[in-house]
Design a protein around this ligand. Structure first.
Ligand SMILES: NC(=O)C1=CN([C@@H]2O[C@H](COP(=O)(O)OP(=O)(O)OC[C@H]3O[C@@H](n4cnc5c(N)ncnc54)[C@H](OP(=O)(O)O)[C@@H]3O)[C@@H](O)[C@H]2O)C=CC1
Ligand SMILES: CC(=O)N[C@@H](CCC(=O)OP(=O)(O)O)C(=O)O
Length: 345
């Protein structure tokens, strides 16, 4: 059994990692951290895990994490993750970092959208962990940057088209909607029930920090710089992301041809499902799972293609994708511990 630590285990992605890893046959959870809950039994904070785990939270103490674990998931906010990841690597640990700290390759881009980076030397080494696009790069490495939730939904939606340059890379408009758990478990005014329930709003218009991450991946697929218009929205549901992506086709293609292209591209992917022609995804159909569902439509009137993509932001957008990455890093079956179907309704 590989001994696993979850650093930042009292958050929403942390508790999802706990749930998934408790059912993973090849790992043992040996260390979980929280500053505010240090010393408290995990089940007191998360009664959903009653009877399944006896550990108490440790403080975020590097010596303890290093002593107790071989493999570490860092589920900390950006800027906090980069304070622990370099030391974990120096101690010989393998790390999947769920934050944004190691996703961008260019330190200048990170510092323009985030803040000063304290370990830029690791940006060239970290592998962007989107298995369906970069699987071979992930095998055996020691540091994987787990992709952001919005960027995961968008990259999987547009990859089949950009890989074959079937769309104009300057024409991309992305309209995404996320459930409130995307904002994390830390109390914030904007996440209060009365602020979110019955409401629906755009935020971060033309300024969201996932824009450069989306552009980095799409640019890599297109082989040229890509600029996107990306608008996230906040949905009054706990979890789920639906991204609607619009692009101008470089050659006429109808819905049947587009659906065939997507179905072939993802035919061997266990976690990407392409809807038949005429059907479109719903966040309800991926809730609680590692799936991404895609639906594609050609619009001959405008010459555009519209791709609709859904994921669970806490799972394929974070925790289960992180487990998928661990499985690939350690050369295990990719779906180990990830076989659960979505919850419905
Ligand atoms: N929520 C989502 O849908 C997604 C989240 N992510 C990313 O994953 C990471 C975790 O997100 P999420 O679980 O939602 O966040 P939460 O706010 O729910 O949890 C954050 C965790 O980190 C701990 N923490 C907070 N600040 C610090 C700090 N300065 N030093 C050490 N520990 C700290 C918190 O516990 P305590 O304060 O007790 O220490 C808590 O355990 C973030 O980087 C987030 O952006 C990525 C994709 C999707
Ligand atoms: C609804 C909501 O607030 N979503 C978050 C994004 C989710 C996330 O955690 O993204 P990172 O992994 O890049 O930090 C936001 O817009 O900032």
């Amino acid at each position: 059994m590989v001994r696993v630590a979850i650093v930042g285990a009292s958050g929403y992605t942390g508790v999802e990692l706990l749930r998934l890893l408790l059912n993973h046959p090849r790992v043992e959870i040996t260390c979980v951290t929280s500053r505010q809950n240090a010393g408290t039994p995990i089940v007191s904070v998360f009664p959903s895990l009653l009877g399944r785990i006896d550990l108490a939270f440790d403080p975020v103490d590097l010596d303890t994490i290093i002593r107790k674990s071989d493999f570490v998931f860092t589920a900390l906010p950006h800027k906090a993750a980069m304070l622990v990841v370099p030391e974990l690597l120096k101690a010989g640990k393998k790390v999947v970092d769920l934050s944004a700290d190691y996703r961008l390759r260019d330190v200048a881009v990170y510092e323009a959208w985030y803040d000063k980076h304290t370990s830029p030397e690791l940006l060239g080494e970290a592998i962007y962990g989107l298995p369906e696009l970069f699987r071979e790069n992930i095998r055996g490495v020691r540091l994987v940057a787990n992709p952001g939730c919005y960027p995961t939904s968008v990259a999987l939606a547009l990859a089949p088209l950009l890989e074959k340059m079937l769309i104009d890379p300057h024409s991309l408009i992305i309209d995404s909607k996320s459930g409130t758990s995307g904002a994390g478990r830390t109390a914030k005014l904007g996440s209060l029930y009365c602020e979110v329930n019955e409401g629906f709003k755009a935020y971060g218009v033309a300024s969201h920090r996932h824009t450069p991450e989306i552009e980095q991946t799409l640019g890599q697929l297109a082989g040229q710089p890509v600029r996107v218009s990306f608008t996230p929205h906040l949905l009054p549901v706990s979890r789920g992301i639906l991204s609607t992506c619009y692009a101008t086709l470089t050659q006429p293609m109808d819905t049947a041809q587009l659906q065939g292209l997507f179905a072939r591209r993802y035919a061997d992917e266990p976690f990407v499902r392409v809807h038949p022609k005429g059907e479109l995804p719903n966040i309800l159909h991926v809730r609680g799972s590692n799936f991404c569902n895609l639906g594609v439509v050609g619009d001959p009137r405008t010459g555009r293609v519209i791709v609709v993509s859904v994921i669970d932001n806490l799972l394929k957008g974070a925790a289960s994708q992180a487990v998928q990455n661990m499985n690939i890093m350690l050369d295990w079956e990719e779906d180990c511990g990830l076989k659960d179907l979505p919850l419905y309704p």
